[in-house]
Structures are given as structure tokens and as C-alpha cells.
Design a protein around this ligand. Structure first.
Ligand code: NAD
Length: 349
């Protein structure tokens, strides 16, 4: 399929394909919008089954970053990069140097950071070749470093707002939260939820990650096939996107879906189905903005770690606004959030 005709193309300003045989880097870099500032969004490394799958992912993620940054009130546009490769065996210093060169060649229109499959140490190599990088090691007290604990804290505030709106409760004590994927974000989310008294059900394809949250937070482990249909108050998807579709949604057994994964809905219509089923959906790019807030505060020098933590609390209020608008307009929360975001990036209508 032509990139221009792709359903998620949505007038991307730039899509760059990079192939560097010397380092093995095969990557796609997408800049959706620079209307509000340089396009910021992490880099994902994933063994995509086809180029088409990688294109679809980068376009959806990049547009999502435009929406996310706009809704978080950050002076940044939206972009993303994906590396086609397996993070467990294809990483090398040369690969991340080449990624740094690719980012540098965009002249500051795109700022990179970590996403799935990418670590802080990978970004340190990228930083040897470009200044347009964030998510780097930082001094204690300043903003920066691994964004996932901040992403998780923002989701935690979002879950509290969703619980208050849907269940009329001001705390999470004794509520059950199913967490799909207990990697970087999922682990820290489990920690915050456990400390707030929530009971946890977890699943991950990585057995060690599961064991860690079972040991540390008393989580109940279930299989990856079971997690979506387990009875719980909240489902927090924290693995990959596209998991809420016509097959999985009818099997859900929760009141709220609120988690960190990007692009949880396979289609916009899936958000409508959730609404019809009486399930409150926290739009993913609003609830999972904590990481990019941390990145923005580091990169643009907007404040220290305390300022980041204060900004994360705003995520709850922003979601409540969306939930209330969705109720009063009779629309699904994803459609209300998309309309607000598009308004902010000058693409309304
Ligand atoms: P990660 O790779 O550390 O964790 C993802 C986890 O999901 C891994 O442990 C993996 O084994 C597991 N997983 C994959 N497929 C699964 C399946 N089918 N069932 C159960 N588990 C499965 O990545 P992360 O950084 O924690 O990010 C998780 C999600 O949150 C991604 O969608 C990412 O785009 C999104 N996100 C992350 C950040 C961040 O700060 N890291 C910020 C915003 C959004």
C-alpha cells in the first residue's frame, strides 16, 4: 500500500526510510506535526513481521504523539521512529550510532527518546551523534532518565480519576486491577497500585517479569490468553497496541480500561463499542503522557523532578474533563479526546 494512501498517514509532514547496511540499521522515522514545536516521540525496536506492519505502527504512534503532546500542554509536535529488529539480539553500538546520525540529519525537527525495546544506555550511544535526544541519565532531583516510572505515575493518577468518575470512589484500596504487560511501565504501575492498596492480576510473555511482581507486590499471575477476560475493576493494558478490537472487547469483564500501551484501540469504532458496553475508556495518549512530560522537562529545561511530579497530577484532571465532556455530548471518550487534540494542533475538522 502507498504510504500516502495509508489510513494513518493523516498528512504526516515527513516520513524517512533509513537503510544502513554497515550498521544493520533499518528504520522508519515519522514526523506527524511540528505545529506546536519540534516533533518529540520515542524510538521503538521491534521485530516487525513486515515493512507494512512497521509503517502502520510508526504512523499511528507518530500521530498519537502529536495528540499526546498537545493534550499534555507541551510545546512539542509529534513524531516517532521505529527500528526493525529484535532488541534481544540485534543491538550494537554501530546501530545506535547510525540512529543518532539519522536523528541528527533531521536538524532538530525530531527529538528521540526510549520506547519499547530501547534502554537509557542505547540513548547514551545515540547522544554521541546527536543533541536531539532525551531520556538520558540525570542527576538526582533533575528531570530526565528512564521515562517509564513517570509514565506509570501518570497512569496511576489517571486510574484514580477514572475510578472516581465511574465508581464514585476516592481511593483504590481493595480494588482489583489487571495489568497486561509488566515491563518497564507495567512494573512501576504495579508498584504504585500496590502501595495504594489495589489487588493485582498480571500477565506477561516474559516469565521473569511476572515472577518479579508476584514476589514484590503479591500479584496473581494468569496466562496472556486469560488477562483480558479476567474479572477486575480496571484493566490496564501496558504491553503493545491494537489489543482492543471486535474479538477482545466482548470478552472484557471490567468497568474501566486505563493503561499505558499506545494505540490500544484497533479502530475508533472500538471506542464506541466500549462506551455502548458501559466501560469507561481512558484515552491512551492522555493517560500515558507522563514519560513525554519527563522528556520535555529534561530536553526543554522546563523544571526539575518535583515540577514533573506536579505536572503528572494534571493528567487526572484532564481525563475527568474528557469523561465529563463525553457524558454530556453522548460520545465515546476517544472521539472527544481526538477532537480536542486536533483542535490544539490546528487540524480540527
Ligand atoms: P516494555 O517492553 O518494557 O514492556 C512491555 C511488556 O509487555 C514486556 O514485558 C513484554 O514482554 C510484554 N508483552 C508483550 N506482548 C505481550 C502480550 N501479548 N501479553 C502480555 N505481555 C506482553 O515496554 P514499556 O516501556 O513498558 O511500554 C509498554 C507500553 O507502554 C508500550 O505500548 C509503550 O509504547 C507504552 N508507553 C511507554 C512509555 C514509557 O515511558 N516507556 C511511555 C508511553 C507509552
Amino acid at each position: 500500500m502507498s504510504v500516502f494512501q495509508h489510513m494513518s498517514f493523516d498528512d504526516h509532514e515527513r516520513v524517512v526510510f533509513c537503510c544502513d547496511p554497515e550498521s544493520g540499521l533499518k528504520a522508519i522515522l515519522a514526523v506527524h506535526s511540528t505545529e506546536l514545536g519540534p516533533a518529540a516521540g520515542g524510538c521503538r525496536m521491534w521485530p516487525y513481521a513486515s515493512d507494512d506492519e512497521a509503517i502502520k505502527d510508526v504512523l499511528r504512534l507518530s500521530r498519537g504523539m502529536s495528540y499526546k503532546n498537545a493534550m499534555a500542554g507541551l510545546p512539542m509536535g509529534g513524531g516517532k521512529a521505529v527500528i526493525i529488529g529484535d532488541s534481544r539480539k540485534d543491538k550494537s553500538e554501530a546501530l545506535f550510532q547510525a540512529l543518532g546520525d539519522l536523528v541528527e540529519s533531521q536538524g532538530g525537527e525530531y527529538i528521540t527518546a526510549e520506547d519499547v525495546g530501547i534502554s537509557v544506555s542505547d540513548m547514551e550511544i545515540v547522544a554521541t551523534r546527536t543533541q536531539f535526544v532525551s531520556g538520558l541519565p540525570h542527576d538526582s532531583g533533575s528531570a530526565g532518565g528512564d521515562p517509564s516510572p513517570k509514565t506509570a505515575r501518570g497512569i496511576f493518577h489517571g486510574i484514580k480519576a477514572a475510578v472516581a468518575h465511574k465508581l464514585g470512589r476516592g481511593d483504590l484500596d481493595g480494588l482489583t486491577v489487571s495489568v497486561q504487560g509488566v515491563g518497564h511501565v507495567g512494573y512501576y504501575l504495579c508498584k504504585d497500585l500496590h502501595e495504594a492498596g489495589a489487588k493485582l492480576i498480571v500477565a506477561d510473555i516474559n516469565a521473569d517479569s511476572v515472577q518479579r511482581v508476584v514476589n514484590e507486590f503479591g500479584a496473581v499471575a494468569v496466562t496472556c490468553d486469560e488477562i483480558l477476560s479476567r474479572k477486575a475493576d480496571v484493566l490496564a493494558p501496558c504491553a503493545l497496541g491494537g489489543i482492543l478490537d471486535e474479538n477482545t472487547i466482548p470478552t472484557l469483564n471490567v468497568s474501566i480500561v486505563a493503561g499505558g500501551a499506545n494505540n490500544q484501540l484497533a479502530t475508533d469504532e472500538d471506542g464506541d463499542t466500549l462506551k455502548e458496553m458501559g466501560i469507561l475508556y481512558a484515552p491512551d495518549y492522555v493517560i500515558n503522557a507522563g514519560g513525554i512530560i519527563n522528556v520535555a522537562y529534561e530536553y526543554l529545561n522546563l523544571g526539575d523532578d518535583k515540577d514533573v511530579m506536579a505536572k503528572l497530577e494534571e493528567i487526572g484532571g484532564r481525563l475527568t474533563e474528557i469523561f465529563q465532556a463525553a457524558d454530556s455530548q453522548g460520545l465515546s471518550t476517544n472521539r472527544v479526546a481526538d477532537a480536542m487534540a486536533r483542535q490544539r494542533i490546528g487540524r480540527a475538522g
